[in-house]
Design a protein around this ligand. Structure first.
Ligand code: FES
Length: 109
């Protein structure tokens, strides 16, 4: 086996789990949230450094919105909507690259 030339510095997990017997993040905007992160990652030129993982249930199962985890720094959110993507980028993703804290990501969306 060989190691690839580049590796992620941050991985964003967005629950897109879908199930018919009970509420699930997939039916509560998970795909829209993942699309929002994909757009933000691309816009910041971080496609090689940030991996976006559309995952199944990660155990939080919020009543509204989706569950999102970002590692590092190892933070999790529930009841996330697409509108929260800029905030999560600023608070957890961009600081890894020396940016964020309300300066890089447009929070008006
Ligand atoms: S269905 Fe998303 S955390 Fe369980």
């Amino acid at each position: 086996m060989i190691e690839p030339a580049f590796k992620p510095r941050v991985t964003i997990f967005v629950c897109c789990n879908g199930r018919e017997d009970m509420q699930s993040c997939g039916a509560q905007g998970g795909e829209e949230i993942a699309a929002g992160f994909r757009h933000a990652i691309t816009r910041h030129g971080l496609t090689r450094d940030v991996w976006l993982v559309r995952t199944r249930c990660i155990g939080y199962c919020p009543k509204e919105g989706s569950a999102v985890a970002v590692h590092p720094p190892g933070r999790c959110w529930v009841e996330v909507t697409a509108r929260d993507v800029p905030c999560i980028m600023n608070e957890a993703v961009l600081p890894v690259f020396g940016a964020g804290s309300g300066t890089q990501e447009d929070q008006s969306r």
